[in-house]
Design a protein around this ligand. Structure first.
Ligand code: HEM
Length: 565
């Protein structure tokens, strides 16, 4: 009998899909209810009835992602699938090879390098604002704009310029670029092929590249052929950029494609320089360096787009919060302009990195949104050997006794519930599921968060710590960017980008939920699906519940859009 048999969980709900359709598709409430009913460790049925563990207990997660990370690794399906698409980058390697890559790459994402990258993303955020402004009527009336494609194009441009030091003019839809199109279509294409993912390890192990290509030719799947095209385009483009940077490094002593603003301060250039000056043991191969390029761009694009969309949607709904945030941004920009003797309109003032990152109310809004609505809500791991997971909070077993550890058989798949961890009432309080940015602020409005990896403080006042128990997350002790050796390497970049976009858009643009009605009198109601990532759609009857979109009403900002002094 499986040691998992006595761990409780929901009944199988579909002979083929188990509970997966409820968990991964549209399942925010479903996921939270599971944990409410069964606790921090439960079993669920995956495809074809396989039992998996679903974990949100803080101590168990500490074991999975920190203490026994070598046991609980990414699944073969994830690693092999990513290797086929991205090459030998961070999300396609395990164990010692992954550790070596992180050793090289962690310093590349240092605070000092983020400071250097802020001036790169500022003009792009300005360009986005100019584009949106051009759509807004000058007479103060409202226009409905689907923000998703614009925020997504912006996110792609920030990460391409930051990672490659190269502009693809992504915000100009008239300038088509094959590489950008490939990156943009990658996620939807792989989503269409999700049913093939479980077979990837078997196919990779049994068939050579020649036969895999033949199988692709024979299979009547446009999505599969499109994926092969996308991968080829990404591969060709990344090799070309890589060769240019390598040549620049060798010829000129710094890396930078002619005409770029970066002068070798982009992520790839920093990485190439660090690699060139490292010892033989630490040095990454060309194929590993190349593998990071598309990985970083892909990992940093949809996630931040989803986060920015979510914040703007919340601000559109919560006009009081929008006004308070806009006022805080005005004050910060005016103060900075006064201190520097700047004469430009306050709306156009660019805040330096430390001021931007230190704005308390902005910080509270970003943190609270990423906590309550983590863009990546669920992750998988495989137990590479049998192990025991201790639990902070005991659970009731199928036979009724309370147990405080779970025996995990070798090859068990585990689901890490970032969502349920961030909603844990024991850690975050009874109102854990409520979006309340004030929880990150002291009564006098100062920043309260003490839980970042850089912070040494773990006082009892610290948010995210209860009686010494905390999640091992790198950001505010929440699990949004994970923790341990595979934590998100780009979380500081994501935070900077989100804050820069908000401080650029809010001074001139007012956001509201769409108010106009269709011919049947229905208003568009935005609903967030949970399909792996959080995806905004418009609910029927005004929408189709499928097409990803964020339609909001935009207008010029006027004086009553600020908090009265
Ligand atoms: C709000 C935005 C973001 C969220 C919520 C997010 C979340 C995450 C999470 C949960 C992981 C762990 C995945 C796993 O273990 O399977 C991860 C890994 C990763 N993220 Fe992010 N991320 C964001 C933005 C970014 C950005 C902007 C970049 C690049 C600049 C980036 C680059 C990466 C990379 C390369 C990894 C793989 C790390 C490794 O395996 O060592 N992410 N991210």
């Amino acid at each position: 009998k499986s040691p998992l048999a006595h761990i409780r969980g929901p009944q199988k709900e579909h002979w083929l899909k188990g509970n997966y359709h409820r968990i991964f598709q549209d399942g925010l409430r479903y996921n939270l209810d599971l944990v409410q009913q069964y606790g921090g460790a439960l079993t669920v049925y995956a495809l074809l009835g396989q039992k998996q563990l679903y974990i949100s207990d803080p101590l168990a997660l500490h074991h999975i992602i920190v203490k026994e990370q070598h046991v609980y690794e990414e699944t073969d399906m994830f690693i092999m699938g990513n290797r086929l698409i991205f090459g030998e980058g961070l999300i396609a390697t395990l164990g010692e090879q992954h550790r070596k890559q992180r050793k090289m790459l962690n310093p590349v994402f240092s605070l000092a390098n983020m400071r250097d990258l802020l001036p790169v993303i500022q003009p792009i955020a300005d360009q986005l604002r100019t584009i949106l402004n051009a759509k807004i009527p000058a007479d103060g009336s409202v226009v409905e704009v689907n923000l998703l494609p614009w925020l997504s194009r912006g996110a792609l441009e920030y990460i391409c310029q930051a990672a490659l030091g190269h502009s693809f003019d992504t915000l100009d839809p008239t300038k088509e670029n094959e590489y950008i199109e490939a990156i943009r279509t990658l996620a939807p294409t792989t989503l269409r092929l999700i049913f093939l993912r479980p077979f990837i390890p078997m196919i990779v192990r049994r068939f050579s590249l020649y036969w895999r290509n033949k199988m692709m030719d024979w299979m009547p799947s446009d999505a599969l052929k499109n994926l092969r095209h996308v991968v080829n385009v990404m591969d060709t483009a990344s090799k070309k950029i890589f060769a240019e940077k390598r040549a620049a490094l060798e010829n000129e002593g710094f890396i930078g494609i002619a005409g770029n603003r970066m002068q070798g301060k982009d992520i790839m250039s920093i990485m190439l320089r660090a690699n060139a000056s490292s010892s033989n043991d630490d040095r990454l191969t060309d194929s590993e360096l190349l593998g990071q390029m598309n990985t970083i761009i892909f990992a940093g694009f949809e996630t931040t787009t989803s986060a920015i969309c979510r914040i703007l949607w919340i601000l559109a709904e919560r006009q009081d919060v929008q006004a308070r945030l806009r006022s805080a941004i005005r004050k910060a920009k005016q103060d900075y302009a006064d201190a520097q003797g700047l004469s430009s309109p306050w709306e156009d003032v660019e805040l330096p990195y430390d001021t931007l990152m230190g704005l308390p109310y902005l910080d509270a809004i970003v943190r609270e949104t990423l906590r309550v609505y983590p863009p990546t809500s669920l992750l998988s791991r495989t137990a590479r050997q049998a192990s025991v997971l201790p639990l902070h909070q005991p659970i009731r077993s199928a036979s009724g006794e309370m147990i405080s550890s779970v025996h995990v058989p070798e090859n068990t798949t585990l689901i890490i519930s970032i969502l349920a961890s961030n909603h844990n009432k024991e850690i975050w309080g009874e109102d854990a599921s409520k979006w309340r940015p004030e929880r990150w602020l002291s009564p006098s409005g100062e920043r309260l968060h003490l839980g970042d990896v850089e912070s040494n403080s773990t006082t009892s006042a610290s948010l995210g710590v209860k009686n010494g128990i905390k999640y091992p997350g790198v950001y505010g002790l929440m699990m949004t960017f994970l923790g341990g050796g595979r934590a998100c390497i780009g979380f500081k970049f994501a935070e900077m980008e989100i804050k820069q976009v908000l401080t650029t858009l809010l001074p001139r643009i007012h956001f509201a939920l769409p108010a106009s009605t269709d011919r049947n009198g229905h208003v568009k109601e935005i609903y967030w699906k949970m399909n792996g990532l959080q995806v905004p759609v418009v609910r029927p009857p005004a929408g189709d519940n499928v097409t990803a979109q964020v339609p909001l009403d935009l207008r010029k900002v006027c004086e009553h859009d600020f908090v009265a002094n």
